[in-house]
Design a protein around this ligand. Structure first.
Ligand code: MN
Length: 201
């Protein structure tokens, strides 16, 4: 079974110093299941790819962000589960705190599980455990089929290596490059610089 818990999330943070969600808040009204990509200007700029599985946001750090080209496999390093409320967190994680830097909600939407067996959906928890996730993403910048595939053997938890790959479908497009052409928040239409500046004011 997927180990779903927010223990690491809570242990790594002093939520008196950072305005990130505690994980105790009431549920927000979002369409489910949630898909979100946060652009995170931490010590290394990366994109946090998160999907709702069993009440938490399963998370991967994708250094280059997702591609719309099926030929481009993007490395996705699993990170801690995050609380659902994190999907709409945008702002600054203060200096000296875990993940210090600016966070932007780069894309937000929902997804549909594409994996079926005998005409029945394979539960997402099982897909995760098998290291094989195939979902139809309904974001604004990222959409269509995406696969998350765990590679190699004997790789557990946060040490495992996954690849994020655009599946071949109508939404596949080697000419699009939203990572470089669409660099504003899908929630507030702000750039990272604007979020940083406004959070400090
Ligand atoms: Mn991050």
């Amino acid at each position: 079974m997927v180990k779903n818990n927010l223990k690491e999330y809570k242990e790594r943070r002093d939520l008196k110093k950072s305005s990130e969600p505690s994980g105790k808040e009431k549920k927000e009204k979002l369409k489910h299941p949630v898909f979100v990509i946060q652009k995170h200007d931490a010590s290394h700029l990366h994109y946090d790819f998160r999907i709702e599985i069993d009440g938490v946001l399963k998370s991967w750090a994708v250094p280059k962000g997702p591609s719309t080209d099926p030929k481009e496999k993007r490395l996705a390093a699993p990170t801690d589960d995050h609380p659902m409320q994190y999907a709409t967190f945008e702002g600054i994680i203060p200096e000296g705190n875990y993940g210090a830097g600016t966070v932007m909600v780069w894309d937000l939407g929902t997804y549909e599980n594409l994996r079926k067996e005998d005409n029945k959906e394979i539960p997402m928890e099982k897909c995760y455990d098998q290291g094989k996730i195939e979902i139809d993403i309904k974001g604004e910048k990222i959409y269509g089929g995406y696969a998350l595939i765990r590679t190699g053997m004997k790789q557990d938890g946060n040490k495992a290596k996954w690849l994020l790959i655009k599946m071949k479908d109508d939404a596949a497009d080697a000419r699009r490059n939203p990572i470089s052409t669409e660099n504003k928040s899908v929630l507030t239409n702000r750039t990272l610089e604007e979020i940083e500046k406004e959070s400090k004011d």
